[in-house]
Design a protein around this ligand. Structure first.
Ligand code: URA
Length: 244
C-alpha cells in the first residue's frame, strides 16, 4: 500500500506537491469515488483517475550512474545546484530518484529508479546489501583503529554494524593511506564519520561497488540501464541474503 499522492507522482502525472493539491481540490478518484484525504493508501489493484483520466502505471526503470563529484544526490535542489536526475532529463521521461544518497563530494556508483519498493529493499539496513567504498584518508589508520571500524564504532547516532575494512596502501612520508570499507548501512556521511572517529579523516571518497555491481565501462557522469537479470538478482539478494 502506498500513499495516493506518491502513486500519482510516480506515475509521472505531477510532482508530489501538485498531486496533493489535486487531491485536495477533489480532482482525484479512487475506484470511481472522489478522495480528498491526503493520507489515503492505495494498492496496485485500485483504479485511480486524475482529472477524469485513468492513471497508467509507469514502466519501472533501473539505472546505474557513475556519479561525479560536485553534484547533489536528489531530485531537486532548493539552491538550484545540479542534481543527479538532471543527467537523465534529456533521455529518460520517468520520474526517477536516487536509491539512497552519495554526498556532494563523493563519487561512484549510484542507482536510480522509479520503483519505491526496490529502493527500499536496496537501502534499508535489514536487507544487508553491501556497499563498498574506497577512502583516501589523512594519516595512517592503526590496526586497532581498523579493528574498531570492523567491530562497529560508536557514532553520535549509535554504534555502526560490523564492517569489512582493509588498508590497501599507505605512504608513511606523506602521512596518507587508502582504505577499502564495505558497509550495508547508509547513514548520513557514515564512512566519513567512521574514519573521523579513528582520527584519520577522509579526504576523497568513492563508492566502488553496490552488491555485485561495479563501475566497469563507465566514466564519471555516464550511466547504463541495469539488465532485467541484475534487477532480479538484486531482489533475490535482498530477499534471501545470497545469490546462487
Ligand atoms: N558515506 C559517506 O560518508 N559519504 C557517502 O557519500 C556515502 C557513504
Amino acid at each position: 500500500m502506498e500513499r495516493l499522492q506518491k502513486v500519482i507522482a510516480y506515475a509521472g502525472v505531477a510532482s508530489r506537491r501538485k498531486a496533493e493539491q489535486l487531491i485536495l481540490e477533489g480532482k482525484v478518484k479512487v475506484n470511481g469515488k472522489v478522495v480528498k484525504e491526503l493520507g489515503t493508501k492505495v494498492s496496485n489493484s485500485d483504479s485511480i483517475e486524475v482529472n477524469g483520466i485513468k492513471l497508467e502505471k509507469e514502466d519501472k526503470v533501473y539505472f546505474l550512474l557513475y556519479k561525479p563529484r560536485g553534484i547533489i544526490s536528489a531530485v531537486t535542489d532548493d539552491k538550484g545546484r545540479k542534481t543527479v536526475t538532471d543527467i537523465f532529463k534529456k533521455h529518460v521521461h520517468q520520474r526517477i530518484f536516487p536509491v539512497g544518497r552519495l554526498d556532494y563530494d563523493t563519487s561512484g556508483l549510484l542507482l536510480l529508479t522509479n520503483d519505491g519498493e526496490f529502493a527500499y529493499q536496496m537501502t534499508h539496513p535489514k536487507f544487508k546489501i553491501d556497499k563498498t567504498y574506497i577512502a583516501r584518508v589523512k594519516g595512517i589508520p592503526t590496526i586497532e583503529g581498523l579493528k574498531k571500524l570492523q567491530r562497529g564504532i560508536k557514532l553520535e547516532d549509535g554504534k555502526t554494524a560490523p564492517a569489512k575494512v582493509s588498508m590497501t596502501s599507505f605512504d608513511e612520508k606523506a602521512q596518507k593511506a587508502i582504505c577499502e570499507i564495505t558497509i550495508h548501512e547508509g547513514r548520513n556521511r557514515q564512512v566519513r564519520r567512521m574514519f573521523e572517529a579513528i582520527g584519520t579523516p577522509v579526504v576523497k571518497l568513492k563508492r566502488e561497488r553496490f552488491a555485485f555491481l561495479d563501475l566497469a565501462g563507465l566514466m564519471p557522469g555516464e550511466y547504463r540501464e541495469l539488465t532485467k537479470h541484475e534487477v532480479k538478482l538484486l531482489r533475490v539478494l535482498s530477499d534471501t541474503g545470497k545469490i546462487e
